[in-house]
Ligand binder design. Structure first.
Ligand code: HMG
Ligand code: MG
Length: 300
């Protein structure tokens, strides 16, 4: 059965905008975050404190948080940080929550972090330790949990091993990234089962599906049936990782809300406000949203 309530973890401003060709003006990002909050989104990942040469789209992280003020602070406005340098910047900007982002595969760790698996865990360890000492909420992403464009299918045991190592650092929540959208429902079930078997139960796990193969919603519902209650989604279905070949947008927040409303699961979100926000953002980006729910409800 499905849970009574689901927490939507909105990644549009971060995952959504990190992959845009055009640079989105900081003022538009501010309004995006405000509109998302007004639509009922409690948790919003606002940006990344990564090397701006790697992700120029989010090079305005300090400016964005400065303009957001209290609206960008607290335990429910996480930002991505890869290393101590990123954490320093995030702390100076006044954040209350951070996310480190590891990889289940060696190849993607090198492509995305310029580090092997071992080295990247070693890079995160002092970040998590210090973030916790500062009282921050800490999330651990693991990318390529289902398949990797260079390595192919990724064995469940290998994913579990990386997840366990990151959670052992002391993270509050794990997010299982299907970076290139190749996961399917049986695979989702097997991974959640294997995580539970090593003591990482669904109450500490979020799911992060990209919709490349149109499976993001089905996979999400499968995870909810296995006890997960935190779902990553991106308003308008924007998103993708610039360092992952063949990554497309995240599960659209509207697709998720449409499905959950129909199933009687509470999200606290206003679908009309989300659709209006997507329509507004599509105008800013000058192209339609990839989400069919958005297109249907926004009237083409
Ligand atoms: P590196 O080049 O190995 O870094 O990159 P370094 O430690 O050798 O430092 C080199 C220079 O970068 C130094 O400057 C540092 O100060 C600077 P220099 O002394 O040469 O002038 N630097 C920084 N500057 C600002 N902020 C920082 C920072 N760190 C170093 N934080 C690094 C290593 C990890 C930094 C780089 O690879 C990087 O920034 N990677 C980020 C890639 C990224 O953001 N990818 C997208 C997010 S992950 C994703 O989308 C997946 C997810 O959605 C889940 C899923 O879908 O699977 C989360
Ligand atoms: Mg992603």
């Amino acid at each position: 059965s499905l849970p009574e309530e689901v927490t939507v973890y909105e990644v549009g401003p971060r995952d959504g905008l990190q992959n845009e060709k055009a640079t989105v003006p900081t003022q538009v990002k501010v309004e995006f975050v405000r509109r998302l909050a007004a639509a009922g989104l409690g948790t919003i990942e606002t940006t990344s404190f990564v090397d701006p040469r790697w992700v120029p789209q989010l090079a305005d992280a300090e400016e964005l948080l400065g303009l957001l003020g209290d609206e960008g602070r607290g335990a429910r406005r996480p930002v991505l940080v890869p290393n101590v340098r990123g954490l320093d910047r995030a702390l100076a900007a006044g954040v209350g929550a951070v996310a480190v982002f590891g990889s289940a595969t060696e190849t993607f760790a090198r492509k995305n972090l310029n580090r092997g698996l071992e080295e990247s865990v070693a890079m995160f360890a002092p970040v998590v330790e210090r973030a916790r000492a500062e009282g921050l909420w800490v999330r651990a992403y693991v990318s390529m949990c289902f398949g990797d464009p260079w390595e192919g299918p990724v064995p469940v045991a290998q994913v579990v091993d990386v997840c366990r190592r990151l959670m052992d650092l002391g993270c509050d929540q794990l997010s299982l990234g299907d970076t290139i959208g190749v996961g399917t429902v049986g695979h989702v079930h097997r991974l959640l089962e294997a995580l539970a078997a090593v003591g990482i139960g669904p109450e500490r796990v979020g799911v992060h599906f990209h919709d490349t193969y149109g499976q993001a919603l089905a996979n999400t519902l499968a995870a909810l049936r296995d006890g997960v209650t935190v779902v990553d989604a991106s308003t308008g279905g924007l998103g993708g990782c610039p360092y992952a070949r063949s990554a497309t947008g995240n599960l659209a927040t509207e697709d998720l809300v449409w499905a959950l409303e129909g199933a009687g699961v509470r999200t606290g979100l206003r679908l009309d406000a989300l659709v209006e926000t997507s329509r507004w953002m599509a105008e800013r980006l000058d192209r339609p949203s990839p989400s069919r729910v958005v297109r249907a409800l926004a009237g083409g």
